[in-house]
Write a protein that binds this ligand. Structure first.
Ligand SMILES: NC(=O)c1ccc[n+]([C@@H]2O[C@H](COP(=O)([O-])OP(=O)(O)OC[C@H]3O[C@@H](n4cnc5c(N)ncnc54)[C@H](OP(=O)(O)O)[C@@H]3O)[C@@H](O)[C@H]2O)c1
Length: 342
């Protein structure tokens, strides 16, 4: 009896948020692995802003998803059939699953066995011990380099990357101010993620709030959003500040990247603004995970997830990271893990 596999295909390129007719949920037989392949039952999908950019007909670090193809997304799951030396039945792996309940993997860079955990917490692998945690780690430690006593500002501070990045700056001894949308997110950023304060950027004058919270200026800005928030923080830089360009989620839906007029402050404050791509640090991910696990074991790291249920909710979850529906990592649970031991 072949396994039934539900997946979501791209039918039309979205304009803004993904609308119902842009995708189609189909039921097909699960693929049968060929020689050198394994079949994975996906347990959780992690939603990244990049997944929306892959639906545009624009070149990026991965090719665009073509019409009729499965919508691409990162995931974690369990090997249920293997014709591949690299993976055995029962292995837990992370991969580019796509919006699909089953997926085929090969022994390549897109599939990584999860090792080094006594108990495998599938959501935690997607939210902190995977590319999201590595992004926060390399962006903050490698580019931001916060020092004890410095003032660090993090945007999308209640989100997956921002919440971890801010905690890493706290561990370095910095004073950390978050920026997030709404009073509930700001409460979580301070009370659960341990930031010193959090500014609701939707709730009033961001320039005035930055002045009040950062009287000596901003030494490190970890930017997840770009746009007007980036411009405001650029206007508040301290001398020799470091601006970490992690992401520009404010413009992914429109593709319009308005220039920040306050960039002239980089000159006045002899500051630097540097982009980075965590995937370039792929070979060093284990160093990041070792540091993150150590902080977790010491009780210094809190991670949260926003979990939607079932493949039918994938599009809502993807849209949700653009409407601010998530605290911590946005993910969709597709199946109960049967294996949690390493
Ligand atoms: N450089 C890299 O290697 C790398 C790797 C992974 C991700 N990233 C980037 O990191 C950023 C965060 O990604 P994530 O996966 O961790 O997402 P996330 O922060 O968990 O979720 C996105 C959050 O962005 C905020 N947001 C959405 N639209 C916004 C807008 N127009 N203006 C201001 N804030 C907005 C929302 O929070 P509020 O409710 O607070 O607005 C939302 O919850 C993204 O820009 C992503 O592209 C970069």
């Amino acid at each position: 009896m072949p396994r039934e596999n539900r997946q979501i295909l791209l039918r039309r390129r979205p304009d803004g948020l993904v609308r119902p007719d842009d995708t189609e949920l189909v039921t097909v037989p699960a693929p049968v692995p060929a020689d050198g392949e394994a079949l994975v039952r996906v347990t959780y999908l992690g939603l990244d802003a990049a997944a929306r950019t892959w639906l545009d007909d624009q070149p990026g670090y991965l090719p665009p998803v073509q019409l009729g193809e499965v919508v691409r997304a990162a995931g974690i799951g369990e090997v249920v059939e293997s014709r591949c030396d690299a993976y055995a039945v029962g292995d837990v792996v992370t991969m580019l699953a796509g919006f699909s309940e089953y997926t085929i993997v090969r022994d390549d860079v897109f599939c990584t066995p999860v090792t080094g955990m006594d108990v495998i917490d599938h959501p935690a692998v997607l939210s902190v011990y995977g590319p999201t945690g590595a992004t926060a780690y390399f962006g903050m430690t490698g580019v931001g380099k916060p020092q004890a006593g410095e003032t660090v500002v993090v945007s999308a501070a209640a989100g997956a990357t921002g919440s971890i990045a801010g905690q890493i700056a706290k561990i370095a001894g910095a004073r950390v101010i978050g920026i997030a949308g709404g009073p509930e997110k700001c409460r979580v950023v301070v009370e659960e993620f341990g930031f010193d304060a959090c500014i609701d950027y939707r709730g009033g004058d961001l320039d005035a709030a930055l002045k009040a919270h950062c009287p000596r200026g901003v030494d490190v800005y970890f930017d997840n959003v770009g746009g007007t928030v980036l411009n405001s923080v650029l206007g508040r830089l301290a001398a020799n500040a470091r601006v970490v360009l992690c992401g520009v989620i404010s413009s992914y839906l429109t593709g319009d990247h308005p220039g920040p007029s306050n960039y002239v402050n980089l000159l006045a404050k002899t500051a630097t603004m540097q982009g980075f791509n965590a995937l370039n640090e792929w070979e060093h991910f284990d160093d990041a995970f070792a540091a993150l696990r150590g902080w977790d074991a010491d009780g210094l790291l809190v991670h949260r997830e926003t979990v939607y249920e079932g493949i039918e909710s994938c599009v809502d979850a993807l849209n949700g990271i653009f409407t601010g529906a998530n605290i911590g990592k946005m993910m969709v649970k597709l199946a109960e893990p049967t294996r949690s031991g390493a």
